[in-house]
Design a protein around this ligand. Structure first.
Ligand code: 13P
Ligand code: SF4
Length: 360
């Protein structure tokens, strides 16, 4: 089953029987001409992205950025953006950006009535699970994830039946249905601490076999795996990294733990997207290679002009479904609304809140 085929649809009512557009009302579609006023209002944003977005392209993007930022206020909406969003989204319209853990925590903190999740479907679903009273929109319902699609709730139930008493930890990159069946959630920021929090000899960490293997190497706990993988990170190879090191011997290589263990073994550091960003910002290596999705280096380059980025990146086709145009459509048409069955959401919330309450 693909993400787009799950039980959530744009027009599905919450409890009122009304669509989000009916609940929030119509607004006029903004005029998207590049005027001197818009050029002036968006100049500080252009300053941050001018190394990646040429002025001629900015003239096409700036009116949409301006319109989104105005509409956000009118709709009482907040934009939560993952670190893999493109620089126009990350620097132009995001209110909060971060890794999966930071976005989940922010979803519990915001006072806004509407969350526009700029990321993939499981992230929007996690926001909805944590803030069921809020309207959560995703600009493209088809933004899925190879990890989330690799496992179902029935798979977890079968795993539990065959392995009674073994805790099952789910990586956050799963559907609400899977979270509802697991004992606790984790992200790449806190997976090791979550694994060790049970004080037992064996745990399952599903569905990313590479994250599980990488965490297993750091602990005495036996970490049992599921056969899922991130289609972006599994494409990196250790050979490729060694080739880069031969050409650039002083390059620092930092990798995401969704990469295969032999790739992580070649890296100087491995961590979540937020930890990778912090590492570069604090260490300031002269040359760095971020072994992860392409937009990461683009997004922090303007804040780290002294760092040279070597870019063997892979694009996440799901993350890249989220564009400025679709974010604007989301706010104008109040689509596409993420709805989670309340009974499933309650059980999934327990798993996510257990993780947040560990405060690691
Ligand atoms: P983090 O941002 O939590 O490291 O996750 C990376 C990722 O692949 C999200 O889809
Ligand atoms: Fe899923 Fe990998 Fe894309 Fe993240 S980068 S959304 S884990 S496919």
């Amino acid at each position: 089953m693909t993400v787009a085929q799950t039980a959530y649809s744009a027009s599905e009512p919450i409890t009122t029987g009304l669509t989000a557009l009916e609940r929030f009302g119509h607004v006029e579609r903004p005029d998207l001409r590049y005027t001197p006023e818009i050029a002036e209002a968006t100049a500080p944003i252009f300053e941050k992205v001018k190394h990646f977005i040429p002025a001629i392209e900015w003239a096409a993007l700036a009116p949409t950025i301006h319109a989104i930022n105005k509409l956000k206020k009118e709709r009482n909406a907040v934009i939560l953006a993952h670190n893999y969003m493109t620089p126009d989204i990350y620097h132009g319209v995001a209110d909060i950006f971060g890794d999966s853990l930071q976005l989940a925590i922010e979803a519990t903190r915001t006072d806004a009535e509407v969350i526009v999740q700029c990321g993939v479907h499981f992230m929007a679903e996690t926001s909805k699970i944590l803030s069921p009273e809020k309207t959560v929109l995703i600009p493209d319902m088809r933004a899925g994830c190879s990890l989330a699609e690799s496992i179902t709730g029935a798979d977890v139930r079968a795993l539990r039946e065959r392995n009674p008493g073994v805790p099952i930890i789910t990586y956050v990159n799963t559907s609400a249905e899977v979270k509802a069946e697991c004992d606790i959630c984790c992200t790449s920021s806190n997976a090791l601490q979550v694994v060790e929090s049970f004080g037992v000899d064996r745990v399952f960490l599903v569905p990313d076999k590479y994250l599980a293997a990488n965490i297993g190497k750091k602990t005495n706990v036996e970490v049992l795996v599921w056969d899922g993988a991130c289609e972006v990170h599994e494409r990196f190879t250790a050979e490729e990294l060694r080739d880069y090191r031969r050409i650039e011997p002083d390059v620092k290589i930092i990798a995401h733990p969704e990469c295969p263990p032999e790739v992580v073994a070649e890296a100087d550091f491995a961590g979540s997207t937020a930890h990778m960003i912090d590492w570069v910002k604090t260490r300031r290596p002269e040359k760095v290679m971020m072994v992860t999705e392409c937009s990461m280096a683009d997004n922090i380059a303007s804040e780290t002009p002294d760092v040279n980025y070597i870019r063997p990146c892979n694009l996440c086709p799901h993350m890249k479904r989220i564009t400025l145009g679709k974010i604007l459509d989301s706010l104008v048409e109040m689509k596409e609304e993420v709805v989670v069955d309340p009974e499933v959401a309650d059980r999934a919330r327990t798993a996510v809140e257990r993780m947040i309450n560990l405060k690691i």
